[in-house]
Design a protein around this ligand. Structure first.
Ligand code: DQA
Length: 157
């Protein structure tokens, strides 16, 4: 089972950017931890970061037929992008929305996520550990998908 991790604008600047909000960890370090978790649990993983809305839409579309699930931090596009929301709805893959900061404790314009209604769930506010929690949740979703497929196979036999 393969998960694609999609990182939105300015997340390439983690470690430099607003450390009081996002902490000192770099994106590569977060990805290294996620990769280790994936390997330990027999999951395939791919990482993608872009500052461009259209490139994120393209990547979500490419997940169709290639991935079993998506973990996405849409960053600022969380609050603005109907295009990213529609792409997630179109591919119909289980998707988990992640935020490092607790978007509900911040400015009011961050309280609204256009993405959350088309996701399996949202994790927000646990620092870089939010990504680990998303991996645990994705593993659970994959296990449930496998169990369902097995049950369907047995019914057909
Ligand atoms: C963020 C929260 C967004 O509001 C913000 O625009 C980001 C990062 C987070 O991970 O906490 O860039 O998605």
């Amino acid at each position: 089972m393969k998960v694609v991790v999609i990182q939105g604008p300015n997340l390439n600047m983690l470690g430099l950017r607003e450390q009081n909000i996002y902490g000192p960890m770099k994106l590569e370090e977060i990805h290294a931890q996620m990769k280790a978790f994936a390997e330990q649990n027999g999951m395939e993983i791919e990482f993608f970061q872009s500052n461009l809305e259209g490139e994120i839409v393209d990547k979500i579309q490419e997940c169709l037929g290639d991935a079993n699930g998506i973990i996405i931090n849409p960053a600022a596009y969380t609050h603005t992008s109907i295009a990213i929301r529609d792409a997630i709805a179109a591919v119909q893959l289980p998707t988990i929305e992640v935020h490092i900061s607790n978007i509900y404790r911040r400015e009011e314009f961050r309280h609204k996520s256009l993405i959350a209604p088309v996701c399996a769930g949202q994790i927000s506010g646990f620092g870089p550990f939010s990504y680990h929690l998303a991996m645990v949740a994705m593993l659970q979703i994959f296990n449930e998908m496998k169990a369902l497929q097995e049950a369907q196979k047995q019914q057909q036999a």
